[in-house]
Design a protein around this ligand. Sequence first.
Ligand code: ADP
Ligand code: MG
Length: 757
Amino acid sequence: MDKYQVLKQCFGFDSFREGQETLIDGILAGKDVFGVMPTGSGKSLCFQIPALIMEGITLVISPLISLMKDQVTALNQAGVHAAYLNSSLTARQYEKALEYARAGRYPIIYVAPERLETEAFLDFALHTKIAMVAVDEAHCVSQWGQDFRPSYLKIVKFIKRLPTRPIVSAFTATATKEVREDIIDILMLQEPVMVTTGYDRPNLYLGVQHPGNKYEALRAFLEAHSNQCGIVYCLTRKLVEDISERLREDGVSVTRYHAGLSAEERRKNQDDFIYDRSQVMVATNAFGMGIDKSNVRFIIHYNMPGSVEAYYQEIGRCARDQEPGECILYYSGQDVVTNQFFLDHNTDNDQLDLVTRRIVSERDRERLRKMTFYCFTNECLRDYILRYFGEYHSNYCGNCANCLTRFETVDVTEMARALVGCVFSCRQRYGVNVILDTVRGANTAKIRQYRMEQSPYYGSLSRIPVYRLRQVMNYLEMQGFLSVTRDEYAIVKLTEQSGRILDRGEAVVMKMAQEEQDTGERSGERKRKKETVGTMLSPAGEGLFEKLRSLRAEIAKAEQVPPYIVFSDKTLVHMCMIRPKMETDLLKVPGVGAFKAGKYGEQFLECIRNNVVDDESYVVNEQLLPGKKPRKGKKEFAMTRELAEKIQYLECISLSDFVGQINGLRDDDTMKRLTIKSINQKLTADGYFEETVIDGYSRRTLTEVGEAFGITAEKRISEKGNEYEVFYYTERAQRQIVEWLLDSGNGLRCESTGLSS
Ligand code: ADP
Ligand code: MG
């Protein structure tokens, strides 16, 4: 079999993803390879496919038992003989596995690094042809990485003992420059074929919130995502227990995980989550390494973690199926304090000498600061993270809270001057909290002890909410107007730039989220599209999906594997969209290979046959079907008589709903969508709306001609007491708009006059 056949027959995929082919070709050409690819990008296939083609055995080194087990189960499900050798096997099972291995039964063997130097294993390895050693999660060799495993250092020694050097391949998702260099050096990769596909996970929506009440925010989120599963990360074990308990009382299907639980309970809870028996996992960072569950739809951080490295690794468990996922961090000032406490009491580095320990500790504090800045930046969040890892992208991703928020520029000169002035007047001796408490005019023991109530700045910003002060403080630091010492005292110091504010009176402006009129949320957040493949199903489609899901659950239960190992959600959704009738059609569904089709095909086909009605529609919009993706260079939107006849006119509808309906009716996928903007432009140009600028915002108001045209305005009052208007279009207006569209052929021209009245 060649690589394409293996891809299709064993794994059920039609094409390779970015980077996979290069790495596979490299291995097949006998070269070392090194793949740095984000979580979920499909690194496993890069060593599994060559392993099935090459002569000899591939040893896969992997740091965790759960990881090995999952991958081996998945391979076995795909009809590939594979085994693992680690401490979870009894002596007898281990013997048996080695015996089969010697007999050449397994092309792929997963092995824990600790095993490499044991007598029994060496005896086997020295007498077998080992084609490749694949090091998965290769960052574990680096002391600079997140999960350094000393046992990974054994790998090289082991390779050196082999009679002929096998191909060595290494894979990781985490690779800052230091880690990357460490991997190449320590594993002694020989001129490896390198593939770096970058850190970006464009399917993850990123957001930061500063909720007044985190628990309520979480509950509301879970309520809105009641049919999805996800992880809630907390900083402490106690919080994990509290939150999971409260959620349980509130009726959420929840389980928990932290290092203080018994091994028994941890295993059970992890399984409950993986096997879809519990929807929400509340956990400390002890949970997650090796969690391959592909349909984790959200990751909520109830607390800010200690570094961007940790954060990115934790959200890496989200949406491995490459469907949209949401990663939201709930920040509070207390999180910084807790993390600082962890750093101050960290005993991990006790064996290090004093100098190194200081360097490491400063590095950790620096990481914490960078993480904190993430929570305060108003720039693109994705860009912030990618830059942190040394990748440069555009500063607009369109899928993070900041890119989706409308911002305004706010003059913060007065606040900046008071903060910098306060630092100056106390002779740069105190930390952030003392400075903030001083300008707020707080009456605390510390303030009295330091006599800060006598500072000329005491209470000078008392009317400004503290979160805003913190925002400005962080901004000043990010911009280099102030700096904070990296030791445990975190003293605020002046910088060379400080004079620009203090002496030269430079103005400071800052980008801040525009407060939303009606909800108080950051605006724009509501515009976010959440079109997962799942949401493409119509109610009938969802019904079928549920049927297929129960069938999958039955099979998974009988075979004692997690459901996603039988078929992923995505594969089931595609089955609903394609609704295969025969095995040949089934093989066209992504994720269905020959082996699985043979094994489960009939059951799934039968389920589809029994539940599909011929002229029912299973998909919301057939245009969105994969393979029907609109090509580039699409022609302009054009209204046709045929299309116009299908439109359902309602008594009253918003413009976006109306346009949405029209777009849903298009049956030509080479045609662009009709945009709301094009219609709005025409309406304004023709005098139905007037644009006025109030307080720096541009507002639209309905004119008399607009009313005559059939648009109505409804006044609303937001919770904050602001008045705003919502516009509705009567049937008359709807029909008129369609007439325009028909007249103009393709798109709308604004010059037209006198269409009103
Ligand atoms: P990584 O180790 O890079 O985090 P995995 O190897 O676990 O990622 O793969 C993640 C998911 O992507 C798996 O569900 C896998 O089946 C799927 N996958 C891998 N390669 C392809 C491909 N070429 N086409 C479609 N899906 C793929
Ligand atoms: Mg992996």
